[in-house]
Design a protein. Structure first.
Length: 146
């Protein structure tokens, strides 16, 4: 059994209401529920945290280093393009992760094209909406079997 953590950054608590033409109609609770069900069905534990505060995400990464977290799915929202502190924390955690973004960052504003995490992630899934999380989780399961 593995422990999988999903980290969700700023404004993702507004999913389902905020710009549904970009982010879809699924709420974050919907996404986390599906991930939890898939983890349980595969015999794994699931935990998640959403925060609009960078320090809370950093603190959770520090805790993950010590609490047995085996794999992470991360969507740091706007911090993806700005946070060297989160990058340092995820490197210090030394836990493999897949970066997920609901929208296709490469079809959006130019400042969204740069991710501070893509080069250190196992992989990145962008532009597939909420399904991207489920695909990332399936990939995480395969990574954990190695």
């Amino acid at each position: 059994m593995a422990s999988i953590l999903a980290l969700h950054g700023p404004n993702l608590n507004l999913l389902g209401h905020r710009e549904p033409h970009i982010y879809g109609s699924d709420t974050l609770a919907d996404i986390n529920q599906r991930l939890a069900e898939q983890c349980a069905a595969a015999g794994h534990e699931f935990d998640s945290l959403q925060s609009n505060a960078e320090f809370e995400l950093i603190n959770r990464l520090h805790a993950a280093r010590e609490d047995g977290t085996d794999f992470m799915l991360v969507n740091f929202g706007g911090f993806t393009h700005t946070s060297i502190s989160l990058r340092d924390a995820i490197l210090a955690a030394e836990i493999p992760f897949i970066e997920v973004h609901l929208s296709n960052l490469h079809k959006r504003e130019s400042y969204r094209h740069k991710s501070y995490f893509a080069d250190i992630a196992v992989g990145s899934i962008v532009g597939l909406g909420a399904q991207g999380y489920e695909l990332a989780l399936q990939s995480a399961f395969k990574q954990l079997q190695k």
